[in-house]
Ligand binder design. Structure first.
Ligand SMILES: CC(=O)SCCNC(=O)CCNC(=O)[C@H](O)C(C)(C)COP(=O)(O)OP(=O)(O)OC[C@H]1O[C@@H](n2cnc3c(N)ncnc32)[C@H](O)[C@@H]1OP(=O)(O)O
Ligand SMILES: CC(C)C(=O)C(=O)O
Ligand SMILES: [Mg+2]
Length: 556
């Protein structure tokens, strides 16, 4: 890299628009969406989609709710031409969907393009020519007037051919390719000439599409360019103003949002930002950004995973795990403080209140993602995430001090294994730590009996492999069991006791009770929890007591 990049690169010139209006506007409605996955997206693949992949993508785009879909560049390949024919002849185009096709402003390509659309109910013919200075000078070797004439001749030809195919309702779209690098007054003149040639009216508007063919400036400059055109274009009421941002600087979504504030009516882009180089603008992100502002986007991503899998299948490109809204990791919190806040946020979130869960800009359920994937546990995780997973997957609601105790058990595990643990792993660690402990004491059975006002217990345990039948009395079953254990030299104090039912029932459909007992050895200071689960509350408590005894013993 250069020490002084200014010797090679110039800043993009700002637009002289001092009274710009877009900064003080807010978005209140979605734009008209146009998917170009099957054209701009398709032209940028290692392997362009075959007919089967194109069909599948088209079907998915229709299901999502796109009403305008650029399906091909029919003059470019037989596959594209045939795909347009198949859609029309096979009557695969829903009544409320309009297909669009792209062509260069060259006579033989336009003729072939119009041929591909024969018999279509409604079609958008999209014609383009680059208008910026390097294209005029180096690619076309044309003056400004010649480039304007090229656009006008192309539109005149399309108009003429369209009149010969009256069975189709024709819509014209014109793009001054490289618009964002074109002098604004020249871009306006070309677009006005196109609008005039087509004879656009409010009832028969023309789509004027202003691409950031290569994104070259900060999003505010693109917004200024769009607002300038929005104000300057002739017959504005006969123009649908469209934008077509690419993502070379990584700011296509921002540029599009600002362009919509600046007066654009329509957006062209691809699912998950597929498309040339760094991609076209990501329509999924744009739509869901609107959704999180309370605006119905008009596109349905309630099963975003299914859309993602289709996109990956058709493009044969993976979606990044951190891609907004869809990436495998975007609804996942690993770090402890995030997990803690999310867990508390979920607990505080009332079903009918505005969404207000920390770290989650959208309810994952709205896009078909499950809460289970929200929190994942590795060595960066704290008690909140661990508690959340055990509660959401297994119905175990741990007391706070047990959360602290158990999280250090899990941390030991993740530090040693160096890997993530899922809810099932957590359950196995929890069961091994609290529920399946049998050393030095194994619970066998118990029987309660009344002894005057006292509660009596006959408790059968194994201690170091030897069975003992112990008796004890107390003011309740736990107290009696504590006294019974003294018969084998186990002397503990109960510091706290909690019992909760578990969401899950056992195989017979009975609800399970989960008891948590915090114990301290009479001659010690370390406190540990024991946990017992059983269909019977008393049995759960006695098991929890034995579990706590074993936890204390293992900590010695
Ligand atoms: C920004 C975009 O995404 S624009 C869309 C780009 N997509 C594609 O190009 C994919 C499909 N394209 C193709 O298959 C081919 O390029 C075709 C069929 C369109 C044209 O093929 P060819 O005639 O072989 O031309 P080629 O591919 O070399 O393109 C360069 C020619 O197109 C001309 N050209 C480029 N854009 C345009 C345009 N919008 N209008 C008219 N002519 C144009 C160039 O001046 C050049 O002409 P020249 O050969 O006389 O110097
Ligand atoms: C053809 C045009 C609209 C295009 O894809 C671009 O300029 O990026
Ligand atoms: Mg493009």
């Amino acid at each position: 890299m250069l020490t002084n990049p200014a010797t090679k690169y110039r800043p993009f010139p700002p637009v002289a628009l001092t009274d710009r209006q877009w900064p003080s506007r807010t978005l209140t409605q979605p734009p008209i969406w146009m998917s170009t996955d099957l054209r701009d997206g398709n032209q940028a693949l290692f392997e362009p989609m075959n007919a089967e992949r194109k069909r599948r993508m088209f079907h998915t785009l229709c299901q999502i709710g796109f009403k305008e879909i650029e399906v091909a560049f029919p003059s470019a390949s037989q596959t594209d031409f045939d795909f347009v024919r198949e859609l029309i002849e096979g009557q695969h185009i829903p009544a409320d969907v309009t297909i669009e096709v792209l062509t260069q402003a060259r006579e033989h390509l336009i003729r072939r393009t119009m041929e591909s659309l024969r018999g279509a109910r409604r079609a958008i013919v999209h014609v383009y020519n680059a208008t910026s200075q390097p294209f005029r000078d180096s690619v076309f070797h044309m003056s400004k007037a010649d480039v304007l004439g090229m656009a006008v001749s192309a539109v005149a030809l399309i108009k003429h051919l369209a009149e010969a195919q009256p069975e189709t309702e024709w819509v014209l779209e014109y793009s001054p390719e490289t618009f964002s690098a074109t002098e604004l007054d020249f871009a306006r003149d070309v677009c006005d000439a196109v609008t005039e040639t087509w004879g656009a009216t409010p009832d028969r508007p023309v789509i004027i599409n202003l691409p950031a063919t290569v994104e070259m400036s900060t999003p505010n400059v693109y917004a200024d360019q769009i607002e300038w055109m929005h104000r300057e274009l002739a017959r504005r009421d006969s123009v649908i103003l469209s934008v077509h941002p690419h993502n070379d600087r990584g700011t296509a979504v921002a540029a599009t949002e600002l362009a919509l504030l600046a007066g654009a009516d329509r957006v062209e882009g691809c699912l998950f930002g597929s498309g040339e180089r760094t991609g076209n603008v990501d329509i999924v992100t744009l739509a869901l950004n609107l959704y999180t502002q309370g605006i119905a986007p008009g596109l349905d991503f309630s099963d975003i995973n299914a859309v993602a899998r289709t996109a990956e299948y058709c493009t044969q490109l993976p979606i990044h795990p951190r891609h907004p809204y869809v990436g495998d990791l975007v609804f996942t919190a690993f770090s402890g403080s995030h997990q803690d806040a999310i867990k508390k946020g979920f607990a505080a979130q009332a079903a009918d209140a505005h969404w207000n869960v920390p770290y989650l800009p959208i309810d994952p359920a709205d896009v078909g993602r499950s809460y289970d994937s929200v929190i994942r546990v590795n060595s960066q995780s704290g008690k909140g995430g661990i508690a959340y997973l055990l509660e959401s997957a297994y119905g175990i609601v741990m007391p706070r001090r047990l959360q602290v105790e158990f999280s250090s058990v899990v941390k030991d595990h993740t530090d040693q294994q160096g890997c993530e643990v899922n809810a099932n792993d957590l359950w196995n660690i929890f069961a091994a730590t609290y529920l399946e402990t049998a050393t030095p004491v194994r619970y066998c059975e118990h029987h309660l009996f009344e002894h005057g006002k006292a509660q009596g217990i006959r408790l059968v345990i194994e201690q170091n492999g030897i069975q003992h039948e112990l008796t004890g009395e107390g003011n309740g079953p736990i107290d009696a069991a504590v006294h019974a254990l003294q018969g084998v030299g186990i002397r503990v104090q109960v510091r706290s006791y909690e019992e909760r039912s578990i969401g899950a029932s056992d195989e017979a459909g009975n609800a399970q009770a989960c008891a948590f007992i915090e114990l301290r050895p009479v001659n010690g200071s370390a406190e540990h929890y024991g946990v017992g689960i059983d269909g019977n509350i008393i049995t759960a408590s006695i098991k929890a007591l034995v579990s706590g005894v074993n936890r204390n013993a293992s900590a010695l």
